[in-house]
Design a protein around this ligand. Structure first.
Ligand SMILES: Nc1ncnc2c1ncn2[C@@H]1O[C@H](COP(=O)(O)OP(=O)(O)OP(=O)(O)O)[C@@H](O)[C@H]1O
Ligand SMILES: [Mg+2]
Length: 308
């Protein structure tokens, strides 16, 4: 659907993108992760034709974007990181304006406005001035504007970052709904929970390069390090000596009556660990497998410079 090949971008002598490549397949929700200043917005502005780039190639639906930029970009909807609206217009007036820009007929504009405002749950506020909307409402309205023209791919730059938990939830639900309707979504964020919740694939942008590009499930499987947290009735330092020699145990850390057991082979650990521990005099109070989340993986990849 959308493919970037070896994109580079310099602001003066500052090379923000040092040759990034990725592919967003049709129907996917694709997460674009990176710390502040990593170049996420820069990439999105390039993909939507708002700013130029130095080298590389962009393909939209298999065609080079350069060849027919105007026509190809008609299939792309974009919600910038800091959308600016004419705050004195009501939602309906604003959508009317967007529809006219897109050369839609008055009838089409009216129908689409009604439909889209229902989707983003702003029907009741449709006659209020957009300037008076809350942050969450503005964000949802921004999505309505981006989706107005039935784009096949929607590019959302940090759609949830400025929102409170409830507002975030509403926007995430909307994104999930879009996916079920077949829209492809490319979204940037630094909120890892949101990525875990809605994305199928992710890329992590770091120091101008994509350090990882992977299906979320595969990413988890690849980088997961299973840890069992076990609480005993009494102080448990004795188990360390017993567990460490086992081939499937990588490390054991003990704090009073709590043990964290890092295992290298989850399938053996599932069968053996509880048995081994149950043979102890010290009784088990709780036993939990801690799943590593995207945050653990992200920190390992980005901060600790794990060699890939
Ligand atoms: N117009 C510009 N001129 C010069 N430098 C710029 C310009 N726009 C962005 N930059 C620089 O490029 C780098 C990437 O910025 P960008 O806004 O793309 O990052 P980002 O990943 O979107 O960050 P954030 O998470 O804060 O939104 C930053 O170092 C920024 O200062
Ligand atoms: Mg940004």
């Amino acid at each position: 659907m959308l493919k970037a090949v070896n994109l580079t971008k310099k602001y003066g002598s500052h090379e923000v993108l040092k040759g990034i490549s990725f592919e967003i397949k049709k129907g996917m929700i694709y997460g674009f992760l990176g710390q502040n200043g990593a170049g996420k917005s820069t990439t999105m502005n390039i993909l939507t034709g708002l700013i130029g780039y130095n080298n590389g190639e962009i393909y939209l639906k298999g065609k080079p974007l350069k060849e027919d930029k105007r026509k190809l970009l008609e299939t792309v909807g974009y919600l910038p990181q800091h959308p600016v609206f004419y705050g004195y217009m009501t939602a309906l007036e604003y959508l009317n304006f967007i529809g006219q820009v897109n050369k839609m007929s008055p009838k089409e504009i009216k129908e689409r406005s009604k439909e889209i405002l229902e989707i983003v749950k702003l029907t009741d506020a449709s006659k209020r001035k957009v300037g008076g909307y809350s942050g969450g409402m503005k964000q949802r309205f921004g999505m309505a504007v981006a989706m107005f023209n039935h784009p096949e791919i929607l590019i959302l730059d940090e759609p949830t970052s400025a929102l409170d938990p409830e507002g975030r939830m509403e926007v995430l639900e909307l994104i999930e709904k879009l996916k079920s309707d077949g829209t492809t979504v490319f979204l940037s964020t630094h909120i890892l929970n949101d990525v875990e919740r809605v994305c199928d694939e992710v890329s992590i942008l770091h120091e101008g390069k994509i350090v990882i590009s992977e299906n979320l499930e595969e990413l988890r499987n690849k980088y997961i390090q299973p840890i069992y947290d076990v609480e005993f009735e009494e102080e448990c330092s004795g188990i360390k000596k017993k567990l460490l020699p086992l081939s499937w145990v990588q490390n054991v850390s003990i704090v009073k009556n709590q043990a964290s057991i890092y295992v290298s082979d989850l399938s053996i650990a599932k069968q053996e660990l509880l048995k081994t521990l149950a043979a102890e005099q010290n009784h088990i109070v709780s036993f939990n497998l801690r799943k590593s989340n995207l945050e653990d993986i992200f920190l390992r990849l980005v901060n600790k410079n794990v060699d890939l």
